[in-house]
Design a protein around this ligand. Structure first.
Ligand code: G1P
Length: 298
């Protein structure tokens, strides 16, 4: 194991407009939409804390104030729960990190993921750091970020999570090409953001987990507007390849796409099936929906 600077800070970009979830995102930030009873954001916060991160920097846009209220102590609620039957419920609200662990920077204009990350430069300083995108929900123990920090500790290079996706979906992602260096690890040769299927160098797509050196901020400053007319993190990573080795890691775990209503529905059903208090009801519901749809097909 090489001795590298520890990864103690993580940026969680939460400044997107959430246009795939309109109209609800007119009033509710996408990151606060629930899988059953827990906001998407809480799932990634738990992954980040399990990975040993001590400081979380949330990049928010103007108007997303309800995100910060989630991390504020709510003594009234706790008082109410302790005077009723809510002792177990108190534990749920106490699992949310507060104050000194979470800070905010505001991205004033929606200029893209790369720009959102650059906005957090002052909070990161010259430390290596993690980026975690809250609409990629990954279940596994250990979590995907923990796995990636172990790789970073072993190799001392940047690490990006990737997953093989069906070819017809590659245009929704950043795509890498690389040389395989072990079963689930590749040294990245090139990256391209949202390529057309026939232009993609592979079907290994970037999933929203990154561990990067602070030099990426310089690359971001030199990155021109790219796909969707935005400053793309993927384009800055292409620049970084001139001076840095970056690894692509095929993580262990199941990824749910919290960026679309269908992805959230799938996660809600699967997470509900794993819960004793809901499993039977969901099985029954699915069974009756299935027989209703096969009856209507005949
Ligand atoms: C972003 C990144 C893309 C990555 C994706 C993973 O895209 O730009 O490279 O593959 O997250 O979820 P977005 O989904 O914000 O369009």
């Amino acid at each position: 194991m090489v001795n590298h600077r520890q990864i103690t800070k993580a940026i969680i970009p939460a400044a997107g407009l959430g246009s795939r979830f309109l109209p609800v995102t007119k009033a509710v930030p996408k990151e606060m939409l629930p899988i059953l009873d827990k906001p998407m954001l809480q799932f990634v916060i738990e992954e980040v804390i399990e990975a040993g991160i001590e400081e979380i920097i949330l990049v928010v846009s103007p108007g997303k104030e309800s995100i910060s209220s989630y991390f504020r102590d709510n003594t009234e609620l706790e008082k109410h729960l302790s005077s009723t039957d809510g002792h177990k419920l108190i534990e749920l609200v106490k699992n949310i990190p507060t104050g000194d662990q979470v800070s905010y920077v505001v991205q004033e204009e929606p200029l893209g993921l790369g720009h959102a990350v650059l906005t957090a430069h002052a909070a990161i300083g010259d430390n290596p750091f993690a980026i975690v995108l809250p609409d990629d929900i990954i279940t596994n123990t250990p979590g995907a970020l923990r796995q990636m920090i172990d790789i970073y500790n072993a190799y001392g290079s940047g690490v990006i999570a990737v997953e093989a996706v069906p070819w017809e979906s590659v245009d929704k992602y950043g795509v890498i090409s690389g040389n395989r260096i072990s079963d689930n690890l590749h040294q990245i040769e090139s990256l391209v953001e949202k390529p057309a299927m026939d232009q993609a160098p592979s079907n290994l797509c970037i999933v929203g987990r990154y561990i990067l050196p602070h030099t990426i901020f310089n690359d971001l400053r030199n990155t021109k507007t790219g796909a969707k007319n935005e400053i793309q993190l993927t384009d800055a990573l292409s620049l970084a390849l001139n001076t840095e080795r970056i690894l692509a890691y095929e993580f262990e775990g199941v990824r749910y796409d919290g960026g679309t209503p269908f992805g959230l529905l799938r996660a809600s059903l699967e997470f509900g099936l794993a819960r004793n208090d809901m499993k039977q009801d969901i099985i029954q519901l699915l069974g009756s929906l299935l027989s209703a749809s096969s009856n209507s097909a005949t």
